[in-house]
Design a protein around this ligand. Structure first.
Ligand SMILES: Cc1cc2nc3c(=O)[nH]c(=O)nc-3n(C[C@H](O)[C@H](O)[C@H](O)COP(=O)(O)OP(=O)(O)OC[C@H]3O[C@@H](n4cnc5c(N)ncnc54)[C@H](O)[C@@H]3O)c2cc1C
Length: 456
């Protein structure tokens, strides 16, 4: 049901000239990086928690769905307004409110682009480690709502490890402060963490206090190629066995490397290699140099080629790594991009298992991702114009999830459930746990207006 004239007028009163109902805006704010789309009835750009509280009070009274949106880079349809209603973009709430070097904290609005914050901090000798490959364009609010991981999670953990405090607006319009400004604190239930990774289904994050650490002095990199996927997947546990914890350990298979080389128009990777590991160690200069040499010694026996670098030189390799996801459209226009995680020792079983699932179904696929924490992006590639291929791709995903559960893994390490994985969550969650989650949702959002039909 489109919004009535009276409701649009009330929204315009709250958001002034930042409320849009024209066709272009509805089209532009109806999709995310999954390319699934559904038009909302209005797109709003509030600039304060007060405005958001007024919007939610109105929406709650009239039962209008509200879908929070950061930068729309989500890979599971979380920001897609599948029930219509209001898309509430935090794009204009993009102020870095404060950075405290002595306290090692930053206070930010949700629309701040993660890469912008990281750059500003690094110029002051500070470091905010969460680093999704989308950090140049995704927002802090989106990262918190998905509990994003990324390239540095192997050493530093995911976004949740760096969120100290959150201001959230509940569906009823109540503004709550959860958490603290300090690096430690255990008073009461940990409600802050309930909102981290809740995919915009419980409320809207309007401010965050983030934990920072001192910026590591330097980094060293090793790029090792292997004959096949099994060889690189099975060396991960040997590397960690050295006692060195790399700051990044990225895996890519032949298809991923090929796609990037063709996408960037340059031979960034050796396209003859069957797979590769891109490993980074950070810290003091001498320490990182020695660490990367020890890791190189472990890789040596099985690697086809190896290249080490110290300092920022290999930026070309990291740019190429970050480009894998968009580059895969060079193989097929669409992909089912999963972000499964398995125990580290099971990585070889996962990559071999994906091959055994995809090949008999005659599907193209590519595996890449954060091998250091067992988080592999399994991409099943397809062309949406080919119905049969799409059905086979769905069958493959279903089988990959079964495999992952059998290996004692999880079906999502960082992208969340959104709408694309909803049908699969009962493979992992027990009925009791799933029921409790639904009960919590109902308690906080009794009229089910916050991002309905997502996540649980
Ligand atoms: C090329 C590419 C690479 C990527 N690499 C990674 C990666 O390495 N690791 C990783 O974890 N992810 C990755 N992603 C996925 C995506 O970038 C992350 O999920 C990111 O955190 C989404 O941020 P966003 O600002 O775009 O959020 P959106 O897509 O706009 O929203 C994501 C979810 O958060 C909710 N939300 C947004 N803002 C708020 C708020 N203020 N309050 C409450 N809910 C809110 C939305 O409703 C939605 O459910 C990648 C995506 C792309 C396109």
């Amino acid at each position: 049901m489109p919004l009535s004239k009276e409701i649009v007028a009330a929204l315009k009163k709250i958001c002034k000239d930042r409320c849009f109902t024209d066709q272009e805006s509805l089209l532009l704010y109806g999709y995310d990086a999954t390319r699934i789309s559904h038009q909302p009835d209005a797109v709003l750009f509030p600039v304060s928690a007060g405005e958001i509280a007024d919007i939610l009070k109105l929406a709650n009274l009239h039962g209008i769905p509200v879908v929070p949106r950061g930068a729309g880079t989500g890979l599971t349809g979380g920001a897609v307004p599948i029930k219509g209603g209001i898309v509430l973009s935090t794009e204009k709430m993009n102020r870095i409110l404060s950075i405290s070097k002595p306290d090692l904290t930053a206070e930010v609005e949700p629309g701040v682009v993660t890469g912008t914050l990281k750059q500003m901090l690094e110029s002051q000798g500070l470091f905010y480690p969460p680093d999704p490959a989308s950090s140049e364009f995704s927002s802090i609010g989106g990262n918190i709502s998905e509990n994003s991981g990324g390239l540095k999670a192997v050493k530093y953990g995911s976004t949740s490890n760096y969120v100290l405090g959150l201001e959230v607006v509940l569906p009823t319009g109540e503004v709550l402060w959860l958490g603290r400004y300090t690096h430690k604190g255990v008073v009461g239930y940990n409600l802050k963490d309930l909102f981290i990774g809740s995919e915009g289904t419980l409320g809207i994050i309007t401010r965050a206090v983030l934990k920072l650490i001192p910026k590591p002095q330097t980094r060293s990199t090793l790029f090792a190629t292997y004959r096949d996927v099994y060889a690189s997947a099975s060396i991960v546990t040997d590397i960690l066995d050295t006692g060195i914890l790399p700051s990044a350990m990225e895996f890519m298979d032949h298809a991923s490397m090929n796609a990037v080389s063709s996408y960037l128009g340059a031979d960034v990777f050796d396209t003859k290699a069957g797979s590769a590991l891109l490993i980074e160690v950070d810290g003091e200069q001498e320490e990182t140099r020695r660490a990367i040499e020890r890791i190189a010694a472990v890789c040596k026996g099985r690697a086809v080629s190896m290249e080490t670098a110290h300092g920022p030189d290999p930026e070309k390799l990291w740019t190429a790594r970050r480009a894998i996801s968009p580059a895969l459209t060079k193989i097929k226009p669409f992909k089912l991009n999963e972000d499964v995680v398995v125990p580290l020792s099971k990585l070889p079983d996962l990559v071999l298992g994906v091959e055994q699932i995809a090949v008999p179904l005659n599907l193209n696929y590519a595996n890449f991702g954060h091998a250091g924490d067992g988080n592999i992006h399994v991409n099943i590639l397809y062309d949406a114009r080919d119905d049969d291929e799409y059905k086979r791709a769905l069958t493959a995903v279903d089988r990959v999830f079964d495999l992952v559960i059998k290996l004692r893994g999880t079906i999502s390490g960082e992208h969340g459930i959104g709408i694309t994985k909803l049908n699969y969550i009962t493979k992992e969650l027990s009925p009791a746990a799933h029921g409790l989650m639904k009960g919590i949702k109902h308690l906080i959002d009794p009229n089910n207006i916050m991002n309905p039909c997502k996540a649980i």
